[in-house]
Design a protein around this ligand. Sequence first.
Ligand SMILES: NC(=O)c1ccc[n+]([C@@H]2O[C@H](COP(=O)([O-])OP(=O)(O)OC[C@H]3O[C@@H](n4cnc5c(N)ncnc54)[C@H](OP(=O)(O)O)[C@@H]3O)[C@@H](O)[C@H]2O)c1
Length: 264
Amino acid sequence: MHLVGTSHQGGYSHEAVVYALQKCGIRHIDTAKRYGCESHLKEAIRESGVPRQDLWITTKLWPSDYGYEKALQACRESCERLGVDYIDLYLMHWPDAQIPGKSSREARAETWRALEELYDNGICRAIGVSNFQIPHLEQLKEDCDIIPHVNQAEYHPFQRPQELLDYCRKNNIVFEGYCPLAKGEALTHPVLIQLAKKYNKTPAQICIRWSIQNGVVTIPKSTKPKRIEQNCEVFSFTLTEEDVAMINGMHDGRHVSWDPTNIL
Ligand SMILES: NC(=O)c1ccc[n+]([C@@H]2O[C@H](COP(=O)([O-])OP(=O)(O)OC[C@H]3O[C@@H](n4cnc5c(N)ncnc54)[C@H](OP(=O)(O)O)[C@@H]3O)[C@@H](O)[C@H]2O)c1
C-alpha cells in the first residue's frame, strides 16, 4: 500500500488528495488535528468516491488535548471533522505532555489509557505514538497494557535512527518514517542524484525505495499530482545491497522536522 502525507507545512491541496485517491490508488491518508485539514479531507474523500472501508486513515492527538477525558473528546472531534465513525490509526503526536500536577510520564500514561479505551471500543482500529524515543516507549510499556502498534518518527537518508528502529522491531511496533525526502533537502544530494541516474529514476523515488527496502513504512507528501504519481512508481526496481548501504552511510543525525531527543 502506498501512502500520502497531508501536513500543514507546504500547504494542503484538495486537487492533489483527490488525484491521489482516484488516479494513483493511494489508500492511506496520514493527517493530524494539528495540520488543520481534517474537514478538507472529509470533502476530498467524499469527492473521490472511494468507500470508507477501503481507506486507512491515520490522525493524531495534539499535546494540548492530552489527559484522559480530553483525549476521548479530541478523538470524537477528529472523527466528526473527518466524517468517519472510526479511525484506522490514532497516534499521540509528541512525547512531551504537560498536565498540571503530573510528570510528563504520568501524563503520557493517562493519555495512553484513553487510547487503549478507544481501541477496546473499536473507535480506533490501531493506536500508536509519534516521535517517541526508546525511554518513552519503555515507560509506556511499564505503565500501560497495550504496547503501541506504531511509532511514527523522522526517517530519511540524513536521519536513520537505527537503534529506535531495532527496538521497535523487537517489540512488534511498526516503524513508520516521516519526511522521507527530508522535506526536499535530500533531493539535491550528489549521491542521490547519481543513483537516480543509475536507476533512471528521480532522487525522490530513490529515497522512497530506500525506506521501503529498509522495512520502513513511508509517507511522502506532495501537493503536486504528477509528483504524487511519481512517488508511487517505486515498485518496479530494486536498489542493490551496496546502494542501500551507501545511502545508509549518509546519516548525519540532522532533523528537518522537530527533535524529540531531549524530551523527558
Ligand atoms: N508525526 C510527525 O511529527 C510528522 C512530522 C512531519 C511530517 N509528518 C508526516 O509526514 C508527511 C511527509 O513529510 P513532509 O511533507 O514534511 O516531508 P517530505 O515528504 O520529506 O517532503 C515534502 C517536500 O518534498 C517535495 N516533493 C515531494 N515529492 C517530490 C518529488 N517527487 N520531486 C521533488 N520534490 C518533491 C514537496 O514539494 P511539493 O508539495 O511542491 O511537491 C515538499 O516540499 C507529512 O505530510 C505528514 O503527514 C509527520
